[in-house]
Design a protein around this ligand. Structure first.
Ligand code: FES
Length: 327
């Protein structure tokens, strides 16, 4: 083959490649009205526009798609109702004035075993009008219970969590209830307008991380026993309940997507100063993040159970067994 014919062959292959790539670009950009010589565009358009049943809960799915959102709605509903009920219980507020501290029986912390096992729903203990943080509360808010002051942090943190957003959008708003199930509110348009508050998640995360230290301090206090002038260290079932609460909340909080971004995601590389430590933290956080949904569910249950345990013990139904030490 002559040099000239080799050159013209190379040129024709180059041109062919160029035409092929332009053709592919054309197919990707091609509006539906244009002819589609090889049929690729039609396949793409068909994939986007599958016919779908419209209306609340309408779908062509034949599996039991509704069990998961229904179970989640029941679970979250029970947790929210319980937390609200307990939040009001220690409030000096009309129908609740007959309950809890308002009528002389506090249900916030176990004190009768000479220990101090504080319910996580009431921690940090802000008693309006009393010493410490309570002295900052203006008088017109003295009817509020300690739980009402701090529930905004866990509620805000969980309410803006990426996992919970998916869970309650599906369970409570059916938006959508499940994949390929019609939504009653039209197509999903993203989190706009009022839903922009979801962007506060990272700030709630800062508070939630600080909250872990508060709850760890409560664990320490649950090991300190006092009786008159005697003091000792001990462990009760209540102490272990609080320990597990910190572990589960730690797994949930430290596996948060925002926290993961904070400790490693904002870096392009881990080589520079402190990079190795950051990489280790980021890897550990990523490990927790993989099961973020499980940490979210179990930690929520255990917070409520911890409070329920304290409530039962302070109501005299259960007794907080001292396992080791005490006074
Ligand atoms: Fe779930 Fe941050 S994403 S706690």
């Amino acid at each position: 083959m002559s040099t000239k014919s080799k050159w013209s062959r190379r040129k024709s292959i180059g041109e062919a490649c160029r035409e092929l790539s332009l053709g592919l670009l054309d197919i990707i950009k091609c509006p539906r009205s244009r002819p589609d010589p090889i049929g690729v565009d039609n396949r793409m358009v068909d994939a986007k526009e599958l016919p779908m049943a419209r209306g609340l809960g309408k779908t062509d799915r034949i599996d039991s798609w509704w069990t998961s959102p229904l179970a989640m709605a029941a679970y979250l509903g029970i947790m929210v109702v319980y937390a609200t009920w307990r939040g009001f219980m220690e409030a000096d507020f009309w129908i609740f004035s007959d309950f809890g501290a308002s009528s002389g029986t506090q249900t916030m912390a176990i004190e009768d075993k000479n220990s101090h096992v504080l319910s996580p729903l009431y921690s940090p203990l802000i008693i309006p009008g009393k010493d410490g943080l309570g002295s900052w509360v203006p008088e017109f808010l003295w009817w509020m219970s300690p739980a009402m002051f701090i529930l905004i942090v866990p509620a805000g943190f969980r309410g803006t969590c990426y996992y919970y957003r998916k869970a309650y959008y599906r369970s409570f708003f059916a938006s959508p209830a499940a994949c390929a199930v019609s939504t009653p509110f039209g197509d999903y348009n993203g989190e706009r307008k009022l839903f922009l508050f979801q962007n506060l998640h990272r700030y709630f995360m800062y508070l939630a991380v600080a909250y872990l230290f508060v709850l760890s301090y409560d664990v320490y206090m649950a090991t300190q026993f006092h009786s008159g002038n005697d003091a000792g260290i001990g462990i009760s079932v209540g102490t272990l309940v609080l320990v597990l609460n910190v572990i589960l909340l730690g797994g949930y909080t430290l596996g948060c997507h925002s926290f993961r971004h904070l400790i490693g995601g904002i870096r392009n590389r881990f080589h520079n100063g402190g990079g190795k430590l950051a990489e280790k933290c980021w890897t550990a956080c990523s490990g927790l993040n993989k099961n973020h949904n499980k940490w979210a569910i179990y930690s929520l249950f255990w917070v409520m159970f911890s409070d329920f345990y304290v409530y039962m013990c302070t109501s005299g139904v259960w007794s907080d067994l001292v396992l080791i030490g005490g006074v």
